[in-house]
Design a protein around this ligand. Structure first.
Ligand code: NAD
Length: 496
C-alpha cells in the first residue's frame, strides 16, 4: 500500500507515524493510499526547515525567484494531463474537470512570475524640505496553507507559489482526502529548482493543523474549507497573533430575469449546478426565477435529469461521485429533509448508483422547486448535485432574498437589461458577481473576493491582495544633507 510521503527540508520522507488516514477511490471506495498523521517531531522539523530556509530565500533577488516560477509553470504544463489523471482518480472528478482544476492553478503561477513588479513600493520626493519617503515590500517569514478536498491542484496553487515568490517559505497541509495531487505539485516544484525547505508538505487532520496554529514561527495562515473549520482557524490563528485569511462555505444564487436568453440560461445552469457533482464553492445551488421566468423550471429540470454521472475517464460522464460516504450521507439526508419540509422534488437522484460501482459515493442530479427560506436545503450548503429553484415577482425581491442569505461567495444574474444588471451588481452583497456568466471566478490578476460567511479576513486570495497578505510594507523616511555632498567633492561645480 502506497504511503504518502511528507516533504521536509527538500526530502520526500516516510513518516514515522503510526496513525494513517485512508485515501480512497470515491467511485467504489477501494483503498488507493494511506496518508500519515505527521508526528510532533515531523511538524517541528517542517517548521525548523521553513524557518532556516527563509534566511537565505528572502535574500534571493525577485527576478531569480520569478525564474523558479517560470520553470514551475513549464513543468506544470508539461505534466498537466498526468496531474489531472492523479486528481481524477483520487477525487472522482471527470478528466475535463480535473484538467480545469490544474489549469486554474497554473494561471496563479503565471501571476507569481510577475512578482518583481508586484512587489514594487511607492516613493514621494520632498515630503518635507530635503526629505524623501519610499516604501519597500518585504516577505513575512514562514506561512501556512490548509486546503480542502474539492480543488486539490488549484487551491494549493492559490497559496504557495505567490507566498514563495514574495520571498516567504511555506508549509502546506493539504486535505487528507486527496493528498496525492498536492504531492505531485510539490515534486514538480522541487524539480523547478526550489531550494530545500522553501516548501514543506505535512499530512494529517485537525490535530496537525491545531499544532501548527500554535507555532510561534508561523506568521500567516491561509485556509480554504468549511464554515465551522474556517471560523475555528480564523479565531485560533488571530488569537495566536497571526495574520489569517479563511475562505469558507457558500450558497450561491443565480437570478434569472424573464428577458434573459432562455437557451443560454438553461444550458449555463445545468453545468453550474450539478457540474463537479456540485462540489464547488462557486456552484450555483439556488436558481431564483423572476416573474414569468418560472415557466422555464420544468425544462431546466428535464435538462438536468439528462446529465449522467459516471467514471472519471468516461467522456460522456457529466460528473463523478461525491468525495466520501460521509459526504453522500449528508447530501442524501438533506434531500430527504427537502421532501419532508414540503419542497417539490422534480428530479430525485438519491437512488442513483453506477452499475458495477454500487459501493461508490454516487448521487444523481436532483432538482427541487417551491423551495423557501425556512427549509434546510436552502439554509445549508449541500455540496452535492442538487439545485433549489425559487420564484419571486420582482428584481427587488430577488436582491433582498440574496442579501438576507448569510453567505456571499458568488452570484450571477441573467438578463438582457443593462439597467437590471447594473442595479444587481451595485446592490448585491456578494463578493463575486456574474452578468450572464454563471460562475464568475476572477482570473488571478484580480483576487478571489468572497464576502460575509464565505470569508473571514480582509486580504483575499491571489492577485494584488495576496501579495499584500504575504508581505510587510517598510516605509523609509530619508534626509541627506547638501554639506555632505559638497564635502565629498560631488557638487559638480568644477566638472566640465
Ligand atoms: P473542511 O473544512 O472539512 O477541511 C478543510 C481543511 O481543514 C482540511 O485540510 C482538513 O484537514 C482541515 N480540518 C478539518 N477539520 C478541522 C478542524 N476541526 N481543525 C483544524 N483543521 C481541520 O473542508 P472540505 O470538506 O475539505 O472542503 C469543502 C468546503 O470547502 C466547502 O464548505 C466549500 O464551500 C469550501 N470551499 C470554499 C472555497 C472558497 O473559496 N470559499 C473554495 C473551495 C472550497
Amino acid at each position: 500500500m502506497q504511503q504518502v510521503p511528507l516533504l521536509i527540508n527538500g526530502e520526500f520522507i516516510r513518516s514515522q507515524s503510526t496513525h494513517f488516514i485512508e485515501v480512497t477511490n470515491p467511485a467504489n471506495n477501494s483503498l488507493i493510499a494511506q496518508a500519515p498523521c505527521a508526528t510532533d517531531d515531523e511538524l517541528a522539523d517542517a517548521v525548523a526547515a521553513a524557518k532556516h530556509a527563509f534566511l537565505s530565500w528572502r535574500e534571493v533577488p525577485a527576478p531569480e525567484r520569478a525564474r523558479v516560477m517560470m520553470s514551475y509553470q513549464q513543468l506544470l504544463k508539461d505534466h498537466h494531463d498526468e496531474i489531472a489523471t492523479i486528481l481524477s482518480q483520487e477525487t472522482g472528478k471527470t478528466l475535463a474537470d480535473a484538467k480545469g482544476d490544474v489549469w486554474r492553478g497554473i494561471e496563479v503561477v503565471e501571476q507569481a512570475m510577475n512578482v518583481g513588479s508586484l512587489m514594487m513600493g511607492e516613493t514621494a520626493e520632498n515630503v518635507a524640505r530635503g526629505i524623501d519617503t519610499y516604501s519597500y515590500i518585504q516577505p513575512l517569514g514562514v506561512c501556512l496553507g490548509i486546503t480542502p478536498f474539492n480543488f486539490p491542484a488549484m487551491i494549493p496553487l492559490w497559496m504557495f507559489p505567490l507566498a514563495i515568490a514574495c520571498g516567504n517559505t511555506f508549509i502546506l497541509k493539504p486535505s487528507e482526502q486527496d493528498p496525492l495531487t498536492p504531492m505531485k505539485l510539490a515534486e514538480l516544484f522541487m524539480q523547478a529548482g526550489a531550494p530545500k525547505g522553501v516548501l514543506n508538505v505535512i499530512h494529517g487532520g485537525k490535530e496537525q493543523v491545531n499544532k501548527l496554529l500554535a507555532e510561534p514561527e508561523i506568521r500567516a495562515v491561509s485556509f480554504v474549507g468549511s464554515v465551522p473549520v474556517g471560523q475555528h482557524i480564523y479565531k485560533t490563528a488571530t488569537d495566536n497573533m497571526k495574520r489569517a485569511q479563511c475562505f469558507a462555505g457558500a450558497k450561491n444564487h443565480s437570478v434569472i430575469m424573464p428577458d434573459a436568453n432562455k437557451t443560454q440560461v438553461l444550458n449555463n445552469l445545468v453545468g453550474a449546478s450539478v457540474g463537479a457533482a456540485g462540489q464547488r464553492c462557486m456552484a450555483i445551488s439556488v436558481a431564483v426565477f423572476v416573474g414569468p421566468a418560472k415557466e422555464w423550471i420544468p425544462e431546466l429540470a428535464a435538462l438536468i435529469k439528462a446529465v449522467k454521472p459516471g467514471l472519471w475517464d468516461d467522456p460522456n460522464a457529466g460528473f463523478g461521485p461525491l468525495i466520501s460516504p460521509q459526504a453522500k450521507q449528508k447530501v442524501l439526508a438533506l434531500i430527504q429533509q427537502g421532501k419532508e419540509q414540503g419542497a417539490e422534488c422534480l428530479v430525485d437522484g438519491s437512488g442513483f448508483s453506477l452499475p458495477g460501482y454500487e459501493a461508490g459515493n454516487w448521487v444523481g442530479p436532483t432538482v427541487f422547486s417551491n423551495v423557501d427560506e425556512s427549509m434546510a436545503i436552502y439554509q445549508q450548503e449541500i455540496f452535492g448535485p442538487v439545485l433549489c429553484c425559487m420564484a419571486v415577482d420582482t428584481l427587488e425581491e430577488a436582491i433582498a432574498l440574496v442579501n438576507r442569505n448569510p453567505y456571499g461567495n458568488g452570484t450571477s444574474i441573467f438578463t438582457n437589461s443593462g439597467g437590471a444588471a447594473r442595479k444587481y451588481q451595485h446592490e448585491i452583497e456578494v463578493g463575486q458577481v456574474g452578468i450572464n456568466v454563471p460562475i464568475p471566478v476572477p482570473l488571478p490578476f484580480f483576487s478571489f473576493t468572497g464576502w460575509k460567511n464565505s470569508f473571514y479576513g480582509d486580504l483575499h486570495a491571489y492577485g494584488k491582495q495576496a501579495i499584500r497578505f504575504y508581505t510587510e510594507t517598510k516605509t523609509v523616511t530619508a534626509r541627506w544633507f547638501d554639506e555632505e555632498a559638497q564635502a565629498g567633492g560631488t557638487s559638480g561645480k568644477d566638472e566640465p
